[in-house]
Design a protein around this ligand. Structure first.
Ligand code: COA
Length: 275
């Protein structure tokens, strides 16, 4: 499946996206989808190597690319990166707050520093990015996409810190949709389900986790980075001009878990699912 089979390859021509954590994984997939529709893409991250890989992938899709080393926890670095991005690619039309950090740990083993680190990367980092991009978004009447997670609304074991951060992100998203709507700025969140081959999946079960994720997902498979990119790209186009304040779940139904105790009990009691 190619995104341009369904959306016009010039749909975002002349537009600029800025993606935090855009050098790899789901965030790079979002950048690639935007680039495939003609957008120019700025990415920031912590390591030059990932930014270089991201640049190559985005340029292969025809985008003009700007990269900057910036940790989203550092508001000054982020503001400088966005000013430089503007000089290179013009004002930001579409901001993707994607940078995230995760590790699995039982709640009693998470130190204050560990909890703070994840909240600082995910939640404070998203706020820093939205703040730094505000003037540019106001000028373009642009939009923001936050990368949230099912942890925002379903408790996942060993993810207390991530759940707090993602719930905060979704709450921030609704506040910005409310406050910045007057400037024509839209704000939405996307909730990726289990997406194959990503850093997040490595951290939440590894390769052995794939069968577990398939079993927990009504559609019976993991998702792809391109499937997240396609929805993100739709949200960047005028097709989504009246969507603001929405949390859009793209997870094959994975977060419709119901009671996990019931799920486990019924799986033991009933024959395996077909296929
Ligand atoms: N279990 C418990 N606590 C942990 C932990 C683990 N597996 N890994 C890290 N921590 C805690 C520790 O308390 C640590 O403090 P310490 O140095 O006193 O032990 C604190 O987190 C900060 O870790 P540190 O490695 O210094 O932070 P960092 O800023 O370099 O990295 C992380 C941040 C920990 C989130 C790291 O995993 C990361 O950089 N992740 C980015 C990529 C990613 O997670 N992608 C997936 C997104 S879904």
């Amino acid at each position: 499946m190619s995104i341009t089979d369904y959306l016009n390859p010039r749909a975002l021509s002349g537009r600029t996206a800025f993606v935090t954590g855009g050098g790899s994984g789901i965030n790079l997939g979002i950048g690639e989808a935007l680039a495939s529709l003609g957008a120019n893409v700025a990415i920031c991250g912590r390591t030059q190597e990932r930014l270089d890989t991201g640049r190559a992938a985005l340029e292969a899709r025809g985008a003009k690319v700007f990269t900057a080393i910036a940790d989203v926890r550092d508001d000054a670095a982020l503001a400088a990166a966005m000013a430089a991005s503007r000089a290179a690619l013009g004002p930001i039309d579409f901001l993707v707050c994607g940078a995230a950090g995760n590790f699995m740990a039982p709640a009693e083993a998470i130190s204050a520093k560990g909890f703070r680190t994840v909240v600082e990367i995910d939640l404070l980092g998203a706020f820093n990015a939205a703040s730094a991009a505000f003037e540019q978004l106001k000028e373009t009447r642009g939009s923001i996409l936050f990368v949230s997670g099912g942890q925002s609304f379903v408790p996942f074991a060993f993810q207390a810190h991530v759940g707090a951060a993602k719930a905060g992100i979704d709450n921030l998203m609704t506040n910005l949709a409310l406050e910045w709507g007057r400037y024509g700025i839209r704000a939405n969140s996307i909730v990726p389900g289990p997406i194959a081959g990503t850093e997040g999946m490595k951290r939440m079960g590894g390769d052995a986790g794939e069968a577990m994720w398939r079993a927990m997902t009504p559609l019976g498979r993991m998702g792809t980075v391109a499937e997240i990119g396609g929805v993100a790209a739709f949200l960047a186009t005028p097709l989504a001009a009246y969507i603001s304040g929405a949390r859009i779940t793209v997870d094959g139904g994975q977060n419709l878990t119901g009671s996990s105790l019931f799920n486990e009990a019924i799986a033991r009691a009933l024959p395996a699912r077909p296929g």
